[in-house]
Write a protein that binds this ligand. Structure first.
Ligand code: C2E
Ligand code: MG
Ligand code: MG
Ligand code: MG
Length: 280
């Protein structure tokens, strides 16, 4: 938004800026409608035990097909949802849908469900209450729910985030740091937060099979997790060589197109009953 200048409220937008703003406002308006009409969908990407190939969990990923524009990727509309506050109703809808779906996937073995929480949700005073009620209403055991937070929450020095995360953790859920190492965070803060899992981001997985130089960052995260007693999940695994190398480096769990993309709940259920993938 343009700032007030002096006593006048005039400000000028470059035409391109204006077009961008209008497009964003349009998208926000359409998104608001889509949330109200329950048009957003939740897809599930398997989390795989690299040693045995079994599906041990799923990450819930929101999907939006715009009636005119077709599918819009989350990387485009999540930032808009963040800026407008729509991330709160959107995020809680995803949480609710994912927990209900996962409650049906607890037998014969418990399956873990991961749900992304945006920084704005973590700052919401009601987040603990929402998560607790969602667990109660869905019947999902708290230990089967993992909340994925962004690394930025560990670096910003707001005590709010720290106390909210402690409150969430007290519900019995697990906390994962998404895309660890791509944002700034101080390692000392990592130890003072109740984190359970570090997720190795796709860029660190891309070159993992090309030798020690290219696998250095993935190995660094595995070492750090080992030293701090944290679990690790690698994401963005696209081929068998990456899966095998990650397994060799001691990474227990992975997700990526090599195994499966995110799929609708029905298809995920079918994947589960089909059994394990080939071990890495
Ligand atoms: P993320 O949480 O890091 O999710 C992983 C992203 O990597 C997903 O993209 C997934 O489809 C993609 N991915 C997984 N394996 C592979 C692979 O092997 N190759 C490639 N090229 N990509 C892979 P997606 O679904 O487009 O989501 C993008 C981001 O949008 C997510 O990154 C997350 O930050 C955000 N997001 C998605 N759903 C939600 C949600 O419900 N709430 C919030 N707050 N954010 C969400
Ligand atoms: Mg994630
Ligand atoms: Mg990620
Ligand atoms: Mg990401």
């Amino acid at each position: 938004m343009a700032k007030r200048r002096g006593r006048n409220r005039y400000a000028y937008f470059a035409p391109s800026m204006h077009a961008g703003l209008v497009e964003k406002l349009d998208l926000a308006e359409d998104l608001r409608g889509a949330i109200e009409r329950h048009e957003l969908q939740v897809y599930y990407q398997p989390l795989v035990d690299l040693a045995g190939g079994a599906i041990v969990g799923a990450e819930a990923l929101v999907r939006w097909t715009h009636p005119e524009k077709g599918p819009i990727p989350p990387d485009r509309f999540i930032p808009v949802a963040e800026e407008t506050g729509l991330i709160l109703p959107l995020g809680y809808a995803v949480l609710n849908t994912a927990c209900r779906a996962a409650a049906a996937w607890q037998h014969p073995v418990p399956l873990r469900i991961s749900v992304n929480l945006s920084p704005r949700q973590v700052q919401d005073p009601a987040v603990g209450l929402y998560v607790r009620q969602t667990l109660l209403h869905s019947g999902l055991p708290p230990e089967s729910l993992t909340l994925e937070i962004t690394e930025s929450l560990l670096s910003e020095d707001h005590e709010v985030a720290a106390s909210r995360l402690a409150e969430l953790k007290a519900l019995g859920v697990r906390l994962a740091v998404d895309d660890f190492g791509t944002g700034y965070s101080s390692l000392s803060r990592l130890q003072s937060f109740p984190i359970d899992i570090l997720k190795i981001p796709k860029p660190f997985v891309d070159g993992v099979a090309f030798g020690p130089g290219q696998s250095a960052l993935a190995r660094a995260i595995l070492d750090l997790a080992d030293a701090l007693g944290l679990q690790v999940v690698a994401e963005g695994i696209e081929d068998a060589a990456q899966a095998a190398e990650l397994r060799r480096l001691g990474c227990p769990i992975g997700q990526g197109f090599h195994f499966s993309r995110a799929v609708p709940a029905g298809e995920f259920g079918a994947l589960l009953s089909r059994g394990a993938f080939a071990p890495a």
